[in-house]
Write a protein of this length. Sequence first.
Length: 245
Amino acid sequence: MSILDDPGLFGRQWAARYDSPGNPDPTKAVAFLAGLAGAGPALELAIGSGRVAVPLAATGIPVEGIEASPEMVALMRGKAGGEDIPVVIGDMADVGVEGEFPLVFLVFNTLFNLTVPGRQEDCFGNVARVLAPGGRFVIEAFVPDEKKFDQEEREVQVWEVAEDAVKVRMHRYDRTAQTFLRQTLTFTDGSVRLEPFGMRYQWPEQIDAMAGAAGLHLEARFADWERTPFGAGSTDHISVYRKGG
């Protein structure tokens, strides 16, 4: 078993720095999701530090979460309103809660964090189990770009150079398995720290197939949270899958 298959790895490695200097502003995502949630409740898979869940809950919509990393949940508990959101600690592919939810969402490419073959499919199946009839599953993910993969494999990204440390990042892609390994190395005097991270990426049509096998159908797809039309040049997608109807 690879250490990348541990769903809590990301949080253990990155929680201390996850909210600094910060991640994308959630305002537009919250507006989009609030428009689909109705009276709620909404369920966020991989709720993390509550970047989206906390402001969504502040709109009055009840929000629950699943998160594999207690360290990430601790970050959320330290935010105003974050202490009131129920969270189950566990693997999001297992969806260890009971529905029915009119809205389940999974943002910031995190579907691809499920690296074990079959676990993304498990996630869809369990989401379908807890969705209310007519409920929606919203996924935010990047569109794979093999030209970018080639570039990242050729280059060493320098992230930090200081008097006492150097931090660099490198990538390796497996096109057949549709996986990548990203390694961040920090060199200090006498030591090297490794921070591995991996993903199993999918093209939008492959995600559609997983959804279809779980009884969900694509209702809409946009290039961003502002509902910009999705097209051949889009680098990301917001996909809305509906149960039944």
